[in-house]
Design a protein around this ligand. Structure first.
Ligand SMILES: Nc1nc2c(c(=O)[nH]1)N[C@H]1C(S)=C(S)[C@@H](COP(=O)(O)OP(=O)(O)OC[C@H]3O[C@@H](n4cnc5c(=O)[nH]c(N)nc54)[C@H](O)[C@@H]3O)O[C@H]1N2
Ligand SMILES: Nc1nc2c(c(=O)[nH]1)N[C@H]1C(S)=C(S)[C@@H](COP(=O)(O)OP(=O)(O)OC[C@H]3O[C@@H](n4cnc5c(=O)[nH]c(N)nc54)[C@H](O)[C@@H]3O)O[C@H]1N2
Ligand code: SF4
Ligand SMILES: [Mo]
Length: 741
C-alpha cells in the first residue's frame, strides 16, 4: 500500500529571500516543491534554486557520518570517536602553542541555520581563540562597519523600502539574479516592475548591463572600484545646489556642516574622469534623487567587495541621510523583527568593535572580534609565535570563496590539524583530517534569526523539521555541543560558570527562539504587533505572519550613546586620503579602456540564477546546459586580443592563471571582464560526482589576498587587474603584473 501523502510549508533557507515553499511528500519522499501562495511575504514566488532543497537532501555524495582522512582514503568512524578526536587534538594544539593557534572559518550557510549560529557561537567562546575568520570579510563587512560607526551597532543596516519607494538607485547589486541581499525581498523582479508601474524610477550603476539593469530606466556603466568618486560627487551637487533636506533627521545629526566642507571639492568633472560617467549624468542623477520624494540608494557586493568598500557604504548612508531618506517611508528604513537580535545584543559585545587588535603578519584590523579572511593563509604559513596550527571550518568553502584560493590551499596542507563541519568533501574540506557532517536543512527546524532583520517587510515564520533526521546523524548544534562538552571535560578551566552551564543545557535552540520572541528587543521601537507574539502562535501559522510594512523608528532605534548620528566618523574621513592617493593610478587605468591588447583589464564577478556560491553544483539541474563559468568581455577588447565568442582565453593576475570559454558581449563595459565565482571543481580528491564533471574554473585563483579595502580588511574581489590573452599567446602566465589601480 502506498504511503500517505502530505503537504508541508516552510521557508527556503538557501538565500536571503526566505521564500515560502510548499513541499508535497509521500512518506519521506519529496514529490514536489512549489511556491507557497499563502506566504504573506513571498506570495507564491520561488526561484529555480528551491529545487536544490530536494537535490541536496537526496544527494548520494552528501555525508551522513563522520569521516577521517587516511592514507587509504576516507574512513567512516563513529560520532564519539570523531568528536573525541577533534576535541582532544584542538585542545592539545592549544596547550602546546597557545589559544590563538586554533583558528576558525565560518561560511555563509552558517547564517542560514539558526541552530548553527547558536551552536557555532558557543564553540567560538569555548575555543577562546582570537583567530576567528568568516565569509563576512569577502562580503558585507563594510556594511557592518558603516552601521557600527554611524548607528552604533554592526547590525543596524537599513534596507530599501522597496514596495513604497519612488526612486531606487542600485549600485553594485544585481537583485534580479541574487534575489536581493541585505534586502530580503522575495520576487524582487515583480517588486521592481511594480516600482516602475507606479511611476517610480530605477537607476542601476554597474560595469555590466545586468539582468537588473535591463529592468531599469537608466543604466550607467562605471569603472570598477571608482564608486566612491561618484558618491562624493553626487553629495557635492546636493550640497552645492542646496538640495540638502534631512527633514526630521536634522535634530539627530552631528557634522552636517563639516560634511558640506568635506564634499565641496569633489566635483562631477573630477568624478567623471575616475568613473567614466559623464559629469552631466552625475548632476542629473543627484538632482533626480534629491527631488524624487521617497528615494533610496542601495549598494551591494559590487561596492562592498572592492578597494573602497567601507567608503562606499558610508557615502551611501550619507546620501540617504542628507536627502532625508533615512527612516522615511519609501526610503531607507530600519526593520523591527519579532526576534530582535539588536535589542537583545545591544548591551553586550555584539554591537561591534573595530581595530582593537591587528593581525600578526600584516597588521590588518579586527572587526567584531574577527580578522579578515584575506589574512588567513599567511597566518598559517608564516612561522613565529602566534602562528595558526589548526583550523575549524563550518559551512564554508574558502578555497573557492576567498582571494588567492591556491595559496590558502597550500596553507591548509601545512596545518597540524583541520576539522570541518560540512556534509560535502569539497575543495576545502578535502584538506581536513576529520569531517563532521550535520543534517541538511530539511531535517532541521528553521527560524531566520538574521534575515528578518534585513527584510523589506516585517514578517515572521517558524518551520518545524520537514523530515525526521535519520538515526545516527547529528544536527549542526549537536555537533557543536558535542565538541564544547568534550573540550570542557578535558579542560575544566573552560567550563563556564554553573549558571551558564545550566543555561546552555536547558536552552535548546528552540527554547532560545521562544525566549527571544517573548523578550527579544522589548526596548525602543519594537513593532507593537510583535508584543502579542509567542513561538506557539508563530508555529500555529505555518505560512508565516505578516507584521506590516517598515515604520520610521528614529531616533529611538539608534544604538549610539546619545541616540545621535555622527556623519563624520574619523576612520572613514581619514580613508578619503587613501582614495585620493590611488587617484593618479586610477586615472591612468581609466584610459586603459582602449582597445589595446597589452592593456590590462579589470576583473569583476557575477552570479547566475542557478548558483548558490560554490555548493549547488552537485545537482544535475544546476549544471546542465551551456557552460556558465565563462569570461564575459566587450567586443572591442575581444577583437584587440584576437578572442572570439565561444573560443577560449587565458586570464592571468599576480596570483594565478585560468583558461576558460569566452562570451563576447556589449553588456560589458569596455576594459572590464567578468567571471562568476563558486566554480573550480577540478581539484583532486573531491566527492562531488556531478560537480567534478562540470568543473569550471575558480575566479579566486585570480583574486589577490593583497588587494583589499585596507580600512576594514574586506577582500577586493572586484576591480582586480588581469591580463587576457588567446591561449596560443600564453607566454608567461606567472609574470607578475605591476600595474596598480
Ligand atoms: N543565484 C544566486 N543568488 C545568490 C548567490 C549566488 O551565488 N547565486 N549568492 C548570495 C550571496 S551569498 C550574496 S552576498 C548575494 C549578493 O547579491 P548581489 O550583490 O546583488 O549580487 P552580485 O551578482 O554579486 O552583484 C554585484 C554587482 O556588482 C557589480 N559590480 C562589480 N564591481 C563593481 C564596482 O566596482 N562598482 C559597481 N557599481 N558595481 C560593481 C557586478 O557587475 C554585479 O552586477 O547574492 C545571494 N544570492
Ligand atoms: N570572487 C568572488 N568570491 C566570492 C564572492 C564573489 O562575489 N566573488 N562572493 C562571496 C560571498 S558573498 C560569500 S557569502 C562567500 C561564500 O563563501 P563560503 O561561505 O566560504 O562558501 P560557500 O560556497 O557558501 O560554501 C558553503 C559550504 O557550506 C556547506 N553547507 C551547506 N549547508 C550547510 C549547513 O547547513 N551546515 C553546514 N555545516 N554546512 C553547510 C556546503 O557544503 C559548502 O561546503 O563567497 C564569497 N566569495
Ligand atoms: S529566492 Fe532564495 S529563498 Fe527564494 S526559493 Fe530561491 S533560493 Fe530559496
Ligand atoms: Mo554572501
Amino acid at each position: 500500500m502506498s504511503e500517505r501523502e502530505r503537504t508541508s510549508y516552510r521557508s527556503c533557507h538557501l538565500c536571503e529571500a526566505m521564500c515560502g515553499v510548499e513541499i508535497r511528500l509521500r512518506g519521506t519522499q519529496i514529490l514536489s516543491i512549489r511556491g507557497d501562495e499563502a506566504d504573506p511575504f513571498s506570495r507564491g514566488h520561488i526561484c529555480p534554486k528551491a529545487l536544490g532543497l530536494k537535490d541536496v537532501h537526496e544527494d548520494p555524495d552528501r555525508l551522513r557520518r563522520p569521516v577521517r582522512r587516511t592514507a587509504n582514503g576516507w574512513q567512516e568512524i563513529s560520532w564519539d570517536e570523531a568528536l573525541d578526536e577533534a576535541a582532544s587534538r584542538l585542545l592539545e594544539i592549544q596547550r602546546r602553542h597557545g589559544l590563538d593557534a586554533v583558528a576558525s572559518y565560518f561560511g555563509n550557510p552558517q547564517v542560514h541555520s539558526y541552530t548553527g549560529l547558536l551552536g557555532g557561537g558557543r564553540l567560538l567562546r569555548t575555543l577562546r581563540s582570537r583567530n576567528r575568520y568568516s565569509a563576512t570579510s569577502v562580503d558585507q563587512l563594510p556594511h557592518h562597519l558603516a552601521g557600527y560607526l554611524l548607528y552604533g551597532h554592526q547590525l543596524m543596516i537599513p534596507v530599501p523600502d522597496l514596495d513604497r519607494t519612488q526612486f531606487l538607485l542600485v549600485i553594485g547589486g544585481n537583485p534580479v539574479v541574487s534575489n536581493g541581499s541585505l534586502m530580503s525581498a522575495p520576487d524582487v523582479t515583480r517588486r521592481l516592475k511594480d516600482l516602475r508601474a507606479r511611476g517610480g524610477r530605477l537607476v542601476v550603476v554597474d560595469p555590466r548591463r545586468t539582468e537588473t539593469a535591463a529592468l531599469a530606466d537608466t543604466h550607467l556603466f562605471i569603472r570598477p572600484g571608482s564608486d566612491a568618486w561618484l558618491l562624493l560627487a553626487i553629495l557635492q551637487v546636493i550640497f552645492e545646489e542646496q538640495l540638502v533636506a534631512p527633514g526630521h533627521l536634522a535634530a539627530m545629526l552631528d557634522g552636517l556642516d563639516g560634511l558640506r566642507d568635506l564634499c565641496l571639492p569633489y566635483t562631477p568633472e573630477q568624478a567623471a574622469r575616475h568613473t567614466g560617467i559623464a559629469a552631466d549624468d552625475i548632476r542629473r542623477l543627484a538632482r533626480d534623487f534629491a527631488g524624487a520624494g521617497a528615494a533610496v540608494c542601495h549598494g551591494r557586493m559590487g561596492v562592498s567587495t572592492q578597494r573602497f568598500g567601507a567608503l562606499c557604504q558610508w557615502l551611501i548612508q550619507l546620501l540617504n541621510i542628507v536627502t532625508g531618506n533615512l527612516d522615511r517611508i519609501g526610503g531607507s528604513m530600519f526593520t523591527r523583527p519579532a526576534f530582535d537580535v539588536i535589542g537583545l545584543a545591544s548591551g553586550s559585545g555584539q554591537r561591534g568593535s573595530y581595530a582593537r587588535r591587528r593581525t600578526r603578519v600584516r597588521g590588518l584590523p579586527e572587526f567584531g572580534s574577527e580578522f579578515p579572511v584575506a589574512a588567513l593563509a599567511e597566518e598559517i604559513l608564516t612561522p613565529g609565535t602566534g602562528r595558526i596550527r589548526a583550523l575549524v571550518t563550518a559551512a564554508g568553502n574558502p578555497v573557492l570563496s576567498t582571494p588567492n584560493g591556491r595559496k590558502l590551499e597550500q596553507a591548509l596542507g601545512e596545518l597540524e590539524f583541520m576539522v570541518s563541519v560540512d556534509f560535502y568533501i569539497n575543495e576545502t574540506t578535502r584538506h581536513a583530517h576529520l569531517i563532521l557532517p550535520p543534517t541538511f536543512g530539511l531535517e532541521r527546524e528553521h527560524f531566520d534569526l538574521a534575515f528578518h532583520l534585513l527584510a523589506i517587510r516585517n514578517t515572521v515564520k517558524y518551520s518545524p523539521p520537514l523530515l525526521e533526521k535519520q538515526p545516527g546523524t547529528l544536527h549542526d548544534w549537536e555537533i557543536f555541543d558535542g565538541l564544547c562538552r568534550r573540550i570542557e571535560a578535558l579542560d575544566p578551566q573552560r567550563r563556564p560558570p554553573l549558571l551558564a552551564r545550566l543555561r546552555s543545557r536547558l536552552l535548546t535552540p528552540r527554547r532560545s527562539v521562544a525566549l527571544g520572541i517573548r523578550f527579544g528587543g522589548r526596548g525602543a521601537g519594537l513593532n507593537p504587533l510583535s508584543r502579542k507574539l509567542s513561538l506557539q502562535r508563530i508555529i500555529a501559522n505555518p505560512h508565516g505572519i505578516d507584521l506590516g510594512p517598515l515604520e520610521p523608528c528614529l531616533p529611538a532605534r539608534l544604538q549610539t550613546p546619545q541616540r545621535r548620528i555622527d556623519l563624520l566618523p574619523p576612520p572613514l574621513v581619514a580613508d578619503l586620503a587613501r582614495l585620493t592617493a590611488a587617484a593618479d593610478a586610477a586615472a591612468t587605468a581609466a584610459t586603459a579602456a582602449t582597445a589595446d591588447e597589452a592593456q590590462p583589464l579589470l576583473l569583476i564577478g557575477r552570479r547566475d540564477p542557478r548558483t548558490n556560491n560554490s555548493w549547488l553544483h552537485n545537482a544535475r539541474r544546476f549544471v546542465k546546459g551551456p557552460r556558465r563559468c565563462t569570461l564575459l568581455l566587450h567586443p572591442q577588447d575581444a577583437a584587440a586580443r584576437g578572442l572570439v565568442d565561444g573560443g577560449e582565453a587565458v586570464v592571468s593576475s599576480r596570483t594565478g592563471s585560468v583558461q576558460l570559454a569566452v562570451e563576447v558581449t556589449d553588456e560589458m563595459m569596455p576594459g572590464v571582464v567578468s567571471i562568476p565565482h563558486g566554480w573550480g571543481h577540478d581539484r583532486p580528491g573531491l566527492r562531488l560526482q556531478v560537480a567534478s564533471r562540470h568543473p569550471g574554473v575558480s575566479v579566486n585563483d585570480l583574486t589577490d589576498e593583497r588587494f583589499l579595502d585596507e580600512l576594514c580588511g574586506n577582500a577586493a574581489l572586484n576591480g582586480v587587474v588581469v591580463r587576457v590573452q588567446a591561449p596560443a599567446g600564453m607566454k608567461n602566465p606567472q609574470e607578475p603584473l605591476t600595474l596598480a589601480v
